[in-house]
Design a protein. Structure first.
Length: 324
């Protein structure tokens, strides 16, 4: 195990928080770059060094990286809608560029980059692996920003950055409150706060397992290697039925017709831009659910020895967490 400290970004997010806990549990000297130290200290495990800064501030990134041997870059904006779409560029692209440049200057031993399955090309419902990057711009600002950020890291490989790429699907499980994602859906199902389910579904991975996949990649992956981290694909209706099976009081809502969802999303984003508030149904969310992405993580299982928990097995722990 390396002696030098590890720098982690995104430590207050769902993936980053699980990474922090796993790295500290392994006895690593962990340094976290956070915008709000008080918030971070409330959710991070004891033993983390907390550095105030921002991935968008190149100077604070350079200072945080001093003396570090390994970088875990998990910071980013995962939202499907923002009132200022340029924030995706600032954080996801330029923030990644700042980390890459600082890591090159520091000569880090390993750069572990949390990318996304969205950079791959796929056909709806057809299983896909890491073999084909989609060169076409994706439909949403979030996806396009992650495509460009991925290219920033790829370009740095030729300059000597020892990067590995991880591509998680939708992450769920215990973690800091406020992290957008499947946890919100599960919480709302338990509360009976969902009048109708959206059509479609998503591939899933338990947060602690996703973090473990990143650490295995640091330890075992070749430079430039890519690994999908995904366990299984579930429709929203199947998720609701799984929740109902464990919590019978949580009803299974009816399915919203696709044309209704599309109309609500289109009108909602017009209103959202005027009010500066998130739409009820972001079009990016509807696009993702309807794209029927079925990523296959056989490479991670085979080469890294990664073994994620099945959704049904991890759901009880997740429901207990979101019920708090």
């Amino acid at each position: 195990m390396p002696e030098g400290p590890v720098l982690l970004t995104g430590a207050t997010g769902l993936l980053g928080n699980q990474l922090a806990r796993a790295l500290v549990a392994e006895g690593r000297a962990l340094r976290t770059l956070v915008r709000t130290p008080e918030k971070a200290r409330a959710v991070l495990p004891p033993g983390c060094e907390v550095i105030a800064g921002d991935v968008c501030d190149a100077g604070s990134v350079r200072r945080a990286l001093e003396g570090c041997e390994v970088v875990y870059h998990a910071a980013g904006l995962p939202e499907q809608w923002l009132p200022d779409a340029d924030r995706f560029r600032q954080v996801n692209i330029e923030g990644t560029r700042n980390l890459v440049e600082a890591a090159l200057a520091a000569g880090v031993r390993r750069f572990v980059y949390a990318s996304t399955i969205d950079v791959f090309a796929w056909q709806p419902g057809v299983p896909f692996d890491e073999s084909r990057i989609d060169e076409r711009p994706k439909p949403t600002a979030y996806e396009r920003s992650k495509q460009e950020a991925d290219r920033v890291v790829v370009a740095a490989l030729e300059r000597g950055l020892a990067a590995v790429f991880l591509h998680p699907s939708a992450i769920y499980g215990p973690g800091p409150a406020g992290s957008p994602g499947l946890n919100d859906l599960l919480r709302d199902l338990l509360r009976g706060a969902i009048p109708m389910l959206l059509p479609g579904g998503m591939p899933l991975v338990f947060g602690a397992d996703c973090a473990r996949g990143h650490i295995l990649a640091e330890q075992r992956a070749a430079v430039g290697a890519r690994y999908i981290l995904s366990e299984s694909y579930w429709t929203l209706a199947e998720i609701a039925r799984a929740v109902h099976a464990l919590r019978p009081a949580a009803r299974v809502p009816r399915m919203m017709p696709l044309w209704v969802a599309q109309a609500v999303a289109a009108v909602g984003e017009v209103v959202a831009r005027a009010l500066g508030k998130p739409p009820l149904i972001p079009r990016g969310q509807l696009h993702f659910l309807g794209s029927h992405a079925v990523p296959v993580a056989e490479r991670a299982r085979r080469e890294l020895g990664w073994s994620p928990r099945a959704f049904r097995d991890a759901l009880p722990e997740t429901l207990a967490f979101v019920e708090r």
